[in-house]
Design a protein around this ligand. Structure first.
Ligand code: ADP
Ligand code: MG
Length: 404
């Protein structure tokens, strides 16, 4: 047993520093988030020129994996060190509302992070807030508090009243310096619809939007992170582009850097488990299924295809396998299709019909298509499969064809 474990542990890995691909890791640079960082700096500009004059309330909005959390954290870290160089004591606190679900819990955790001890029991949220504000005053300290996954908090009925306590914390201290500033982080602006208008106006003025990442943006992000986390030569540019294609918002993906990075991690693990020193396209396909379990269902749905569709699907699989690249031309698929039709005793359909079937397979999620762009042979449709490793699909489809 010890030998088995020892062999596994000491076997080489494609990862140089795997943790650098994890969501918890904060990278030192954020490609394609310069605009958002600038907007944040703009919104906190008056804090640096006259700290305490105004209470800042900013909202970051964007879908899953668009870099809201990491941008807020990096902004907070830079703002603190910049303030300290200017002789201002500023601390950044990050609270996850998924974990701290009530206002007293939230205020308690903010204090904890600031090294302030408030009584844990017996005080109302308002009293806790006063305690926090007075202690900040005593310590001559400012704080930027990020409330992450704010939706969870705002969507709870108990949250509605609580938000008021947060955003209007300084209403009763007209002459005091405003030492608490908030960054609210939310998936969607519709969260605000539940909040009463007198509070939501504070947010609406200062919204920083995080759009889903496009194909080329994801590529830049993946490239930088892969360079840090993997050994040289483990993954090629084409493979990084393939992952970017799967997730890129402009290519029909969700535009999430988190999912793209997770696919990269799983693909690396797949290579490691087979003791290979580099990542293949099939590793990526396999990783894609692990990250999106709904794709496993798709593999089962293959059995619902009719014989003709199965043969066409098999042609795509074989064309991709033969080419070794992520996408093949429809013309190359058709060549194999005609051969396979003969083998399976079917009358091959014409090009326009084949094209219609391809579009059907696409709408069912079995394949992806993209335009080749203008090349020397003119424009053409390119076809790819990312729903499963090709060898898995191939044996499945061949087995189904044998059955009938
Ligand atoms: P969100 O909070 O919007 O769901 P995160 O900030 O958690 O997204 O980002 C998800 C993952 O993607 C994290 O690992 C993060 O480091 C990474 N990431 C997001 N945007 C970028 C970027 N522009 N550059 C590098 N990594 C990024
Ligand atoms: Mg987040």
């Amino acid at each position: 047993v010890e030998k088995i474990i020892e062999d596994e542990i000491s076997s080489p890995s494609v990862f140089k520093e795997k943790h650098k691909l994890y969501p918890e890791y904060t990278p030192s640079s954020l490609p394609h988030r310069e605009k958002q960082l600038k907007q944040l700096a703009q919104l906190f500009k008056s804090f640096f020129s006259s700290p305490g004059e105004e209470m800042q309330r900013v909202m970051l909005v964007g879908s899953f994996g668009t870099g809201k959390t990491v941008t807020s954290k990096l902004f907070g870290a830079s703002a603190s060190s910049l303030a300290s160089r200017n002789g201002i004591r500023l601390k950044y606190v990050h609270v996850n509302c998924y974990k701290s679900r009530t206002l007293p819990q939230i205020i308690y955790n903010i204090s904890l992070d600031l090294g302030i001890t408030l009584p844990q029991r017996g005080l109302s949220a308002q009293e806790l807030m006063r305690g926090l504000i007075e202690e900040l005053e005593r310590r001559n300290t400012y704080a930027i508090v990020a409330l992450d996954e704010f939706d969870y908090f705002a969507l709870m009925s108990s949250g509605l009243n609580s938000i008021y306590v947060l955003v209007r914390a300084y209403d009763e201290y007209v002459n005091k310096k405003k030492r608490l500033h908030f960054i609210f982080i939310s998936r969607s602006i519709s969260t605000l619809e539940n909040i009463d208008p007198s509070s939501s106006t504070y947010f609406l003025k200062n919204i920083v939007e995080f759009s889903p990442y496009t194909y080329s943006e994801l590529y830049d992000i993946l490239k930088e992170r892969a360079d840090e986390a993997l050994y040289p030569g483990v993954i090629s540019d084409d493979e990084l582009k393939y992952i970017s294609m799967i997730e890129g918002y402009d290519k029909g993906g969700s535009g999430s850097a988190r999912t793209a990075l997770e696919i990269l991690v799983r693909a690396g693990e797949s290579a490691d488990s087979e003791k290979r020193s580099s990542i293949t396209l099939d590793d990526i396909r396999k990783a894609h299924v692990i990250v999106k379990p709904e794709l496993a269902m798709l593999q089962d749905q293959v059995s619902a295809l009719d014989r003709h569709e199965l043969v066409l699907y098999l042609s795509v699989i074989k064309a991709l396998k033969g080419s070794g690249s992520g996408f093949v031309r429809i013309g190359d698929v058709e060549k194999i299709y005609r051969v396979l039709c003969e083998a399976y005793n079917l009358q091959p359909r014409r090009h326009t019909q084949v094209y219609t079937h391809i579009l059907e397979l696409r709408s069912m999620g079995f394949i992806q298509t993209k335009s080749s762009g203008k090349g020397f042979r003119g424009k053409s449709t390119l076809i790819g499969i990312s729903a499963a490793p090709l060898y898995v699909l191939e044996s499945k489809v061949e087995e189904l064809l044998k059955r009938e």
